[in-house]
Design a protein around this ligand. Structure first.
Ligand code: IMP
Ligand code: MG
Length: 189
């Protein structure tokens, strides 16, 4: 495992892989015969979703959605919508991390408003202590603390999503000064 003074690996590739397999197995049991639609929240959820759905062997569909936040209020809007209707379908919302819970809350309500038969949520990471609104997560990978995380979909200034493991930022200042600081440290090893 590589370390640098600005960040440390906290969840290995192997640990992610075995936990994702467990979540997928639980979903297979719950969704057999229901042909669910996975609603994948871009950009961050793509590695988790790819690993999750490839271990889900019953028929399913995969749809994508991107959100943006407006101003101080944090109002959430859709910047890229689903291509398929969710009316009378079983929907599984997939997020890489639930932080305040506001995004997931909005998405669950949106799927219900569109007439989904059921809505559940899968999140690889759960920052429980930062929750501002109570929202269920039926399939949860790991409970994490409130440090800023990178890798496996999680970004800083748009980078690090392609790291295979998850890293915690120990000191944010070096990242503010040079967003690629962790890349440089990794490359140096
Ligand atoms: P929330 O649950 O509505 O607060 O939104 C969660 C979103 O905030 C996630 O989809 C991420 O894009 C972002 N986020 C929260 N915590 C982290 C983190 O530790 N690293 C990177 N992005 C994060
Ligand atoms: Mg995100």
């Amino acid at each position: 495992m590589t370390e640098c003074s600005c960040a440390v690996e906290v969840i290995s590739e192997a640990d992610i892989s075995s936990r994702v397999a467990e979540l997928s197995e639980a979903m297979v049991g719950d969704y057999r015969g229901r042909d669910p639609i996975f609603v994948i929240v871009l950009n961050g959820a793509f590695p988790f979703a790819a690993d999750l759905v490839r271990r889900f062997d019953p028929p399913c569909e995969v749809e994508f959605l991107a959100l943006n936040r407006f101003g101080e209020s944090g109002r959430i809007g859709i910047s890229m919508d689903l291509m398929a209707p969710v009316f009378e379908r079983d929907v599984i919302v997939v997020e890489e991390i639930v932080d305040t819970g506001l995004t997931l809350k909005v998405l669950r309500a949106m799927m219900r408003d569109r007439g989904a038969a059921s809505v559940s949520a899968a999140a690889l990471l759960d920052k429980t202590r930062r929750r501002l609104t109570d929202v269920p997560i039926e399939y949860r990978g790991f409970e994490v603390g409130d440090e800023f995380l990178l890798g496996y979909g999680l970004d800083w200034e748009g980078i690090y999503r392609n790291l295979r493991s998850i890293w915690a930022v120990l000191d944010l200042q070096p990242f503010v000064e040079d967003p690629a600081v962790l890349w440089r440290a990794l490359r140096a090893h």
